[in-house]
Design a protein around this ligand. Structure first.
Ligand code: CA
Ligand code: CA
Ligand code: CA
Ligand code: CA
Length: 114
């Protein structure tokens, strides 16, 4: 009886796969392990294009780099912002517009040339 107890106590080792050592591409995007910074999203991998969504799409450690646009403060609300007062962001903050005064000057020149 003692031997039976010893046997049952020591023998049944449940095999647990060592996931860290296996190549597992959970989202099927062709990248895994340290290369894929989000293995639960096939939209996120080193070859992905960085988009403005608050996450690191291309796994380079930077969030939304090069994806933000420049917005200009439009104090007079004519739809054209101030070149001297601009911010970079994913979406236009309150009172800011996409195009600066330079864009208006260039557009006016084009209109005069027509
Ligand atoms: Ca993956
Ligand atoms: Ca992924
Ligand atoms: Ca990035
Ligand atoms: Ca992003």
């Amino acid at each position: 009886m003692f031997f039976l107890f010893l046997c049952c106590y020591s023998d049944p080792k449940i095999y647990i796969p060592q996931e860290e050592n296996q190549i597992i591409d959970a989202d099927g995007d062709g990248f895994w392990g340290e290369d894929d910074c989000d293995d639960l999203s096939s939209l996120i991998h080193p070859n992905a294009i960085e988009i403005c969504d608050g996450v690191d799409n291309n796994c380079d450690g930077n969030i939304d780099e090069d994806a933000e646009m420049r917005f200009y403060y439009d104090g007079d609300e004519d739809g054209f912002g101030d070149d001297e007062d601009s911010v970079t962001a994913c979406t236009a903050p309150e009172g800011f517009v996409l195009s600066g005064e330079t864009a208006m000057i260039l557009m006016n020149r084009c209109i005069h040339l027509l």
